[in-house]
Design a protein around this ligand. Structure first.
Ligand code: ADA
Length: 566
């Protein structure tokens, strides 16, 4: 499947399809594993996760995927893995070329040229938890950790010096002036000559551009017929680049986004964000969602009247972001995290992996106009002072790569978080009226609005009242089909009343930037005793169930969010 950037002349082998496969069990020693010797007797779809298929359901161990690709002899390769999990080793012609433990991240792997044409590719995938090997995913996360190749795999044939990416920044919205930073791959000379074209216009030659020490080239361009990108009119532009025989097509939108006092401004206009947190998950495909599912999810969100999606809790599928660009959704993208404590933050391997994944996220998604917020470390222990160095490092990392988008993170400590001064938008996850006090005389539903007001007052008291305040999660569970005249917890009625109360307050309260309701649809979670609080081992707070069947709350949210947009 294609996602931007695209190529017209570069030879790209799309490796999605049927691969050979073997599941090796739970006890494999990865140090001594001879992956090349493994007989691949089964077949698997790529993208695909083995543990969502009935044959290997729930297994936690090692698998080997294999395929062959016919390439040009003598030509170097760059293997693009758009995302997998939880850990992988890549072998080409039997030789290991990379190991990676960054679940969900799009990663490039250099493959040396060979004298022969048919290259043998094997990917060892392991979904066992191992903090040393793969520090980012833990068994205590409230979503299932699948094993397999989540997203597409491509093999690019590239010359010694090739085009990596071109980052496009809107410099002047009114005139359509953009700044382009081209990242080169390979040993760069002091100067390069590029051919550059915008939209359907003719290409021009930019001769002898100086190459910076980091291997990048920068220049400004004028979009001839600039149309700003807005949710109502998501106009997109393309940038074509040629360097020698290599080429690259990037897509971008002209728009600005910045925090100003309590507002978040898109092209200078204040936004109200109305939407959902969404996991990339389905019972039959895990996180390896078919394109049709991505489209259907966005059609449902559009029907609900949403303009906003929080991509919880990991870097998003580039196809999904392409679709959000086209359909005019606003997106919060974040790196992988869920409830880590300071022992994680103090661990150099964890911190390094977190920074690396955050960097990759920003670089991979930088041209999507839909992405308006960068986030990280969902519900980390951000009230503990020792958390601060890593939070500060992640904010700096993002700002060093992109100064044009606000930074945030979702805190579960609205009253005593100690890092909120670092970010542009204060984002709070809270569940008043759901995880409610059992001994309280107040009806759970009546806890919601006062709790939100207390948060706002506390932020103001602590000098944080001049930042936009976003509800990054709030919600209640309901079992699909469970109707109850008493409207008890877990009934569709309670969830509908709950979300109705939240939406009413969010729309009416000018001090709330918006909401990402928790959550779009139900999703599989813990496979351990923690699931006792999660009937069916699902997080049931979806407004739709895991098959995208609407619960009673659907109509309520739709009525509040305003139904279909023009
Ligand atoms: C947290 C977390 C979500 C989910 C939610 C819940 O806020 O960020 O991933 O676990 O709680 O359902 O309780």
């Amino acid at each position: 499947m294609l996602s931007y950037p695209l190529h017209r002349t570069r030879l790209v082998h799309r490796l999605d399809g049927l691969w050979s496969f073997a599941y090796l069990g739970e006890q494999v020693d990865l140090g001594t594993l001879e992956a090349q010797a493994v007989v691949l007797g089964d077949r698997a779809a790529v993208p695909g996760v083995f543990d969502a298929s009935p044959a290997y359901a729930g297994r936690r161990g090692t698998a080997v995927y294999g395929t062959r690709v016919r390439t040009t002899p003598g030509r170097a390769g760059r293997l693009h893995r758009h995302g997998l999990g939880l850990w992988a080793r890549v072998l080409v012609d039997g030789a290991p070329v990379a190991e990676l433990g960054l679940p969900y991240s799009g990663v490039w792997v250099d493959v040396p040229p060979a004298g022969h044409s048919e290259r043998d590719l094997r990917i060892v995938v392991d979904n066992r938890f191992d903090r040393r090997r793969m520090p980012l995913f833990e068994p205590f996360f409230d979503f299932y950790a699948y094993g397999g190749i989540y997203r597409s795999v491509d093999w690019h044939e590239v010359p010694a010096l090739s085009l990596d990416r071109a980052e496009v920044m809107t410099e002047d919205l009114a005139t359509g002036r953009i700044r382009v930073r081209v990242r080169l791959h390979g040993p760069a000379p002091e100067r390069v000559t590029l051919r550059v074209g915008l939209d359907a216009g003719p290409a021009q030659t930019l001769a002898d551009l100086p190459v910076a020490a980091d291997g990048s080239v920068s220049f400004a361009l004028q979009v001839p017929e600039p149309t700003p990108w807005t949710p109502q009119r998501p106009a997109l532009h393309t940038l074509r680049l040629e360097l020698g025989e290599d080429d690259l097509i990037e897509r971008f939108g002209l728009r600005t986004v910045r925090a100003d006092g309590q507002c978040l401004l898109l092209n200078g206009e204040p936004l109200k964000l109305l939407g959902y947190c969404r996991h990339e998950a389905h019972p039959q495909f895990g996180p390896a969602l078919p394109l049709a599912q991505l489209v259907q999810d966005l059609q449902l969100l559009r029907d609900l009247g949403c303009n906003f999606v929080r991509g919880s809790h990991y870097p998003q599928d580039q196809r999904f972001l392409d679709l959000c660009d086209e359909l005019g959704f606003l997106v919060w993208e974040e790196s992988l995290g869920w409830g880590q404590k300071v022992d994680h933050f103090a661990d150099p391997a964890f911190a390094a992996a977190q920074v690396q994944q955050t960097e990759l996220m920003v670089r991979n998604s930088i041209n999507h106009p839909c992405v308006i917020l960068w986030g990280f470390l969902n519900e980390g222990e951000s009230k503990a002072p020792p958390s601060r160095p890593l939070y500060a490092r992640l904010v700096d990392t993002i700002r060093s790569l992109d100064r044009n988008r606000p930074v945030t993170y979702a805190t579960m400590f609205p009253f005593d978080d100690c890092n909120l001064d670092l970010v542009d938008v204060v984002s709070v996850n809270c569940y008043p009226g759901w995880y409610a006090n059992p001994n309280s005389a107040v009806r759970p539903l009546d806890e919601i609005v006062p709790h939100l007001h207390r948060i706002q007052a506390s932020l103001k008291d602590r000098g944080l009242g001049n930042k936009p305040f976003l509800l990054s999660e709030i919600g209640a569970g309901a079992i699909y089909g469970w109707r109850d005249p008493l409207k008890a917890h877990w009934s569709e009625e309670y969830q509908a009343d709950y979300l109705g109360t939240v939406c009413r307050e969010v729309r009416a309260n000018p001090g709330i930037l918006g909401v990402a309701l928790w959550q779009f649809c139900d999703g599989r979670t813990y496979a351990n005793a923690r699931a006792l609080g999660r009937p069916r081992a699902f997080n049931n707070k979806g407004t739709l169930d895991e098959y995208r069947r609407p619960k009673g709350a659907y109509a309520v949210v739709k009525a509040h969010f305003g139904g279909p947009r023009p």
